[in-house]
Design a binder for this molecule. Structure first.
Ligand code: ZN
Length: 300
């Protein structure tokens, strides 16, 4: 009986740790493994694999206990015509909320796109780094902050249709499910799972220099290299990432953004962007850095 009781206590405390504890490498990698598996066939918008990815994300939001923040529960369906692809698409954003403890009217939108480019010439483009990595971090952050709410409200957005022109994010900022003026910041994650130099970039502080100081102090203590730039006001590199991913749509509406991402690698938009090439320790360090950034920046 005593043994049973201690076993029960152990199981309870283990369950509690899993629920409230730090971002875990195992969970991050489990999300990437699921989303970047061949079964999902590259998660292209409008395909069954994309719908499977959406269902997986929705189930996690629900299991973690986040509030629904879409137009149909967690879902925000949308439809658009792409002149470039000469095709009409149906997309679905997935939106979930953790209400702030002090300034609930101020909202930070934490985002990652879950679609990828699908199949080409019989090859599956699994998109492990682009962007199963961002979605895995989004889910771990959602789990963590649901158990440990921040002073500001956090809206977790898994956007669809990024690969066909940031269309999910575009729809969200055009028809936001919270008042646009209440969105004080977008933190976007796209490709955060690997880098040979163990370096991740933060783009966006050039437009909003007041965001830089808290990140600088965190960067000093980080185990990975944190670099700033890839933006037009003060470029440190020739290429500009201002509109490279969903944060660009927030920027167009005047919402400050921080984009976290690595420089392109040889597997970028190739069928070789696979789970095996994700660097678990680096990926975990980036995800925890983003978690710390959210904590720092969400102090009113
Ligand atoms: Zn991407």
């Amino acid at each position: 009986m005593k043994y049973l009781l201690s076993t029960l206590l152990f199981l309870c405390s283990f369950g509690l740790t899993a629920q409230t504890g730090e971002i875990s490498t195992d969970s991050l990698m489990a999300h990437v493994r699921f989303l970047a598996a061949d079964d999902l066939k590259g998660r292209e918008i409008g395909t069954p694999g994309n719908a499977t990815a959406a269902a997986y994300i929705l189930d996690r939001f629900k299991a973690y206990g986040l509030s629904e923040a879409g137009t149909e529960g967690y879902r925000q369906p949308f439809r658009f015509y792409s002149r470039f692809f000469m095709s009409t698409y149906n997309g679905v954003n997935l939106l979930a909320m953790v209400k702030g403890t002090r300034s609930a009217d101020s909202v930070i939108v934490i985002s990652a796109h879950y679609d990828h480019v699908g199949e080409r010439d019989g090859k599956i483009y699994n998109g492990a780094d682009d962007n199963a990595s961002g979605v895995g971090a989004l889910l771990e952050l959602a789990r963590y902050f649901q158990a440990n709410p921040a002073p500001y409200s956090l809206l977790f957005a898994a956007f669809d249709a990024e690969e066909v022109g940031l269309r999910g994010a575009n729809h969200f900022v055009d028809e936001p499910t919270v008042t646009l003026q209440h969105i004080i910041l977008n933190i976007n994650m796209d490709m955060i799972g690997r880098n040979d130099k163990e370096e991740v970039y933060i783009c966006g502080t050039g437009y909003h220099p007041r965001l830089r100081a808290p990140l600088d102090s965190l960067a000093e203590a980080a185990t990975i290299k944190i670099s700033f730039g890839h933006e037009s006001p003060s470029p440190t590199r020739a290429d500009d990432w201002t509109h490279a991913s969903d944060h660009g749509e927030f920027h167009k509406k005047g919402v400050p953004f921080l984009y976290f991402g690595v420089e392109d690698h040889p597997d970028y938009h190739q069928p070789t962007d696979d789970t095996e090439r994700i660097m678990p320790e680096f990926y975990t360090a980036v995800s925890r850095f983003i978690q710390q950034s959210v904590l720092h920046l969400s102090r009113p």
